[in-house]
Design a protein around this ligand. Structure first.
Ligand SMILES: C[S@@+](CC[C@H](N)C(=O)[O-])C[C@H]1O[C@@H](n2cnc3c(N)ncnc32)[C@H](O)[C@@H]1O
Length: 394
């Protein structure tokens, strides 16, 4: 593929820097930062845009650093932003969100504020690893399906690294390692069964593995098949932000919908004192955990766990919706169902700037005005964002 020299302007959704070639065509440059001059090798070239990788930095951004991780040097695809100084990453993430809201949701000068970041290293409490035919584990490479074997990961929690150093597996293509910091409990399971070796005593294996996390003073049971945020620290930031987005509402008098509620993170904390909370969640495992985690509220009739796809749920009247969908975001059907609750306040938790912008457009069409987005860093050293957006019915 051909190479060339480019000057970048800003970061865009997906984590690449944007540049324009001599013909004005947009080029998405992986491995570049804003305001850099770089030599690139083109990966794909289309009529309207191209993608490219940095092969030499000619003028570096002051925020550029040399990635310290040895697996990154060997092409590990886990951390696409390790070349950016951790303190600078959150501002770039906020810029990405601002740009997406302006371009896709057509909001002129959207209100986007910068929240907090968790510690940039040693934070991940769940990692998913690929397994090679001889049982060794690693992460997928940046640009291919190849495996980068690894026995240490600097963004993973130290207890995960203890497992990573010794684990092998057979009869499965992928395994997940998780640690619950509530009791420092390690757990491991093969995503398609199989057997896991090397982990020694005290580690729960298999799909019935269960760990515990403590967030905002609440203890959560989290089973192998259930989603949990990247770390309890990231979960804490989200809970605080969602609470701020509802701070002007007396939740004791409100019905709150916790859509895509998982194991009950927001239902138990932000909506812990709500008049009523209805958690809607598709995963049977997460629902079982949520029923356990919300037992007190369920016992007094204030909490209900509905095990159903949101799209198939029959909406009930509510004052507040908290929705935390998967990376792909809401869709038209989900927005219509949630808008049918009649809620005046809609708090959207997003982990992708592109889907946040698309959802903002859908919500605007359903009668909700964007009031502000707070951006966090729950995934330092990657381009993943966490954002909490407040909408009001107008
Ligand atoms: C990003 S997680 C958020 C979970 C929870 N709010 C938390 O913070 O831990 C998204 C959740 O949505 C669930 N989910 C995915 N698609 C769904 C659907 N169509 N209807 C309901 N729940 C769904 C997943 O099982 C997952 O638990």
């Amino acid at each position: 593929m051909e190479s060339g020299e480019l000057h970048t302007s800003h970061m865009v959704v997906g984590g690449d820097a944007l540049a324009r070639d001599a013909n004005g065509r947009v080029v998405f440059v992986a491995g570049a930062l804003p305001e850099e001059t770089v030599r690139v090798r083109y990966r794909t070239t289309k009529k309207d845009f191209a993608t490219a990788d940095v092969i030499e930095v000619i003028t570096a951004s002051p925020s550029r650093v040399e990635p310290a991780c040895e697996a990154w040097q060997r092409g590990c695809g886990g951390c696409d932003w390790q070349h950016i100084e951790p303190q600078a990453q959150l501002a770039f993430k906020a810029d990405m969100v601002r740009e997406a809201l302006a371009r896709t949701a057509k909001i002129d000068q959207p209100v986007v504020t910068i929240g907090a970041s968790i510690e940039p290293w040693g934070y991940r409490t769940t990692v998913r690893l690929a397994v090679d035919p001889s049982g060794r584990v690693g992460f997928r490479s940046r640009r291919s399906h190849d495996l980068v074997l690894t026995q240490a990961c600097p963004v993973a929690h130290p207890l995960i690294n203890e497992m990573l150093a010794v684990v092998t597996a057979t009869r499965t293509d992928e395994i997940t390692l998780r640690v619950g910091l509530g009791n420092d409990e390690p757990a491991a399971w093969g995503d398609t069964g199989g057997e896991i070796f090397g982990l020694g005593m005290g580690i729960t294996h298999g799909v019935h593995a269960m760990v515990h996390e403590v967030v905002a003073g609440h203890r959560f049971q989290v089973s192998a098949g259930s989603f949990f945020q990247s770390s309890p620290a990231a979960a804490e930031l989200l809970v605080q932000s969602v609470a701020r987005a509802c701070a002007d509402i007396d939740l004791r008098k409100a019905t709150v919908i916790d859509a895509y509620g998982g194991v009950g993170l927001f239902a138990a904390t932000v909506a812990g004192a709500a008049g009523r909370v209805v958690l809607v969640e598709a995963s049977p495992s997460a629902c079982a955990d949520a029923r356990h985690n919300l037992a007190v509220q369920r016992a007094d009739g204030r909490a209900e766990v509905v095990e159903r796809r949101l799209e198939d749920w029959e909406p009930v009247d509510a004052q507040v919706v908290i929705a935390d969908p998967a990376r792909s975001g809401l869709d038209k059907v989900a927005v219509a169902v949630l808008a049918d609750t009649g809620a005046d306040r809609f708090v959207l938790v997003s982990c992708d700037a592109g889907s946040l912008a698309r959802d903002t457009r859908l919500l605007r069409d359903a009668g909700y005005a964007h009031r502000g987005t707070e951006v966090f860093d729950g995934f330092p050293n990657t381009s993943h964002i966490e954002a909490v957006t407040r909408f009001d019915r107008v």
